[in-house]
Write a protein that binds this ligand. Structure first.
Ligand SMILES: C[S@@+](CC[C@H](N)C(=O)[O-])C[C@H]1O[C@@H](n2cnc3c(N)ncnc32)[C@H](O)[C@@H]1O
Length: 335
């Protein structure tokens, strides 16, 4: 196995982030899938938009602010659990492996693994938020100068290629933040199957999954007193105004987040305060007073339910750890 850490002649670091072609290009042109999804989502009944569009650069910054809020327990609980079990996780990641992270964001939680799993050959953060990914990789490379970091700007719900250099390495997957909870359960199973194809037989996969719990704790986590989650939700309107030439009046849409007990999920919506028409992509879209755009689901699981889902997608559960409050779980799966 080559020692990529010390092999200066074998520099795998990319010079550009190329794979996401649909975000606004330098000439400010519209991005195709965003247009298609917005047109279809606002024509649907009820209106809905995929949560992946929250994450432009401003949306990613807002999400980072959310993770520091007193009401937002997931980040604290998951970090605590990862720190507690960092040595266990490091022990099951093969020496010389590439760590592939789906939806890497600030890579804050990854640092607990990078410190423990010293024999990693490469770290591959995959994220849709191109400019934010670029910034985070620069920070991480300064902190870990010897680490080979190979960012991939891609939508993980579509098929995408890993960097060529990783194809010869054993792979471990990391998917923290309960981002999997933003997918419908059948989408989550499809994602797990696709991740299995990307990571390969014998891979381990570490996944953070939020747990079903007291509804007040769940409600507060998505209705913070400072209103940062509301700003994050409305950022979708800001983004449509800027990138698609829409004319949403931000003040006339209200942030709503509530727990849907039957479906075990938090739902986030933007609710129209009045009857109004909005110009989006050359179309006049009507909103009734109180009509909403459903912007995000965040599914909450029981440990066993998530393990069953993973099994249905071909994975075998190896371990599941929780924090001391039983708020959040970290699963280790193998293929
Ligand atoms: C809930 S945040 C979690 C961030 C980080 N992993 C953490 O645990 O704090 C979701 C992350 O996934 C990224 N993301 C969301 N949907 C994505 C998609 N379809 N493809 C790639 N990245 C996506 C977002 O840009 C964001 O960084």
């Amino acid at each position: 196995m080559r020692d990529f850490h010390n092999d200066e002649a074998f520099d795998m670091r990319p010079t550009a982030l190329a794979q996401v072609s649909f975000l606004a290009d330098p000439a400010g042109q519209e991005s195709e899938p965003f247009v298609t999804d917005v047109v279809a989502g606002l024509a649907a009944s009820p209106k809905r938009l995929p949560p992946k569009y929250f994450y432009d650069s401003a949306g990613s910054d807002l999400f980072e602010r959310i993770t520091a809020l007193p009401e937002y327990y997931p980040t604290r609980c998951e970090l605590r659990t990862l720190k507690e079990h960092a040595a266990d996780i490091a022990a099951i990641i093969p020496s010389g492996a590439a760590l592939i992270e789906f939806g890497s964001g600030s890579s804050r939680k990854t640092r607990t693994l990078l410190g423990a799993a010293r024999k990693l050959a490469a770290y591959v953060p995959v994220d849709i938020s191109v400019e934010f990914l670029d910034r985070q990789v620069a920070n991480l490379q300064r902190e870990y100068p010897a680490m080979v970091i190979l960012p991939v700007a891609a939508d993980f719900s579509e098929s995408f290629d890993l960097p060529e250099a990783v194809s010869v390495l054993p792979r471990a997957g990391f998917f923290p933040g309960s981002t999997i909870g933003n997918l419908e359960p059948q989408e989550a199973a499809a994602f797990l199957r696709q991740a299995g194809r990307i990571l390969g037989a014998g891979a381990v996969f570490v996944i953070g999954v939020d747990l079903i719990k007291d509804e007040k704790i769940l409600y507060d986590a998505y209705n913070d007193a400072e209103g940062v989650t509301a700003q994050f939700n409305r950022n979708l309107l800001v983004r449509m105004n800027r990138e698609l030439g829409a004319n949403f009046d931000l003040a006339s849409f209200e942030h709503q987040a509530f727990y849907n007990r039957a479906q075990h999920r938090i739902e986030m919506h933007l609710s129209s305060r009045k009857r109004q028409w909005v110009q989006v992509c050359g179309t006049n879209v009507e909103f009734r007073a109180g009509e909403t755009i459903h912007t995000e689901n965040s599914y909450k699981y029981a440990i066993e339910t998530f393990q069953q889902l993973a099994c249905s997608a071909g994975w075998t559960p190896l371990a599941a750890w929780t924090d001391s409050d039983n708020y959040f779980s970290v699963h280790v799966l193998t293929l």
